[in-house]
Design a protein around this ligand. Structure first.
Ligand code: SF4
Length: 207
């Protein structure tokens, strides 16, 4: 399945919640959710009551879009989470947070997850000193993420780090001047700015 390339604010309006897909605009009064908080399209303002099935589907889609993950890959993450010790819903959120593109964004090295994904694919990052250009790579506690030396001096990186407004999560340690970050703990639901009812996703996949 191809990645969605249309207007991303529609995705937030569809889910009725901020998914933070557009960088700094999401934190400004230009955010579409603040101005038009109803689903896009001709019938967007006609609210229908969802079935249980519909509620579970919307929760899954919301989280999937937030992380910019395709259907098949999301199902694969659920599979991984279900085999880990502990609660599947909690594990799923931790696995999603530990994706390399998400970590890059959470460290403040990109203004959005989409930009982080692009920067990773273009080879601007190392993990533990080795080139890492796969956005879906799942990291672990102790991993060190750094911007490649040849990329550090670029105006783009300097401007991203100086200007954007993401608060660095507590499970990460960052040295912005060295363009380096480290994972110091497993991320949990409390670290995620999006309200998530992960039990609905578990119910969706458990049918
Ligand atoms: Fe658009 Fe960001 Fe607001 Fe979503 S949160 S509607 S992506 S500006």
């Amino acid at each position: 399945m191809a990645r969605y390339t249309g207007p991303v604010c529609r995705l937030c309006r569809r889910e009725g919640v901020k998914l933070y897909l557009k960088g700094d605009r999401c934190y400004s009064d230009k955010c579409s959710i603040g101005r038009r908080n109803y689903a896009p399209g001709q019938h967007g303002q006609n609210k229908k009551k969802l079935t249980n099935h519909g509620v579970q589907l919307r929760e899954k889609q919301k989280v999937r879009k937030y992380y910019g993950v395709l259907e098949g890959q999301f199902a694969e993450y659920f599979n991984i989470a279900s085999k880990m010790p502990g609660k599947t819903g909690d594990n799923l959120l931790s696995v999603l947070e530990l994706r390399l593109d998400n970590v890059v964004y959470r460290l403040g090295f990109a203004a959005s997850r989409a930009e982080a994904r692009q920067l990773v694919v273009h080879g601007h990052f190392n993990v533990n000193g080795k080139k890492a250009d796969i956005p879906s790579m799942i990291l672990k506690v102790g991993d060190v993420i750094s911007v490649k030396d040849s990329s550090k001096s670029s105006a783009k990186f300097k401007s991203i780090v100086e200007n954007h407004k993401v608060t660095v999560a507590q499970w990460l340690q960052v040295e912005p001047d060295n363009f380096t970050g480290k994972i110091i703990a497993i991320p949990t639901k409390a670290d995620i700015e999006l309200p998530i009812e992960e039990h609905l996703i578990v119910e969706w996949y458990s049918k």
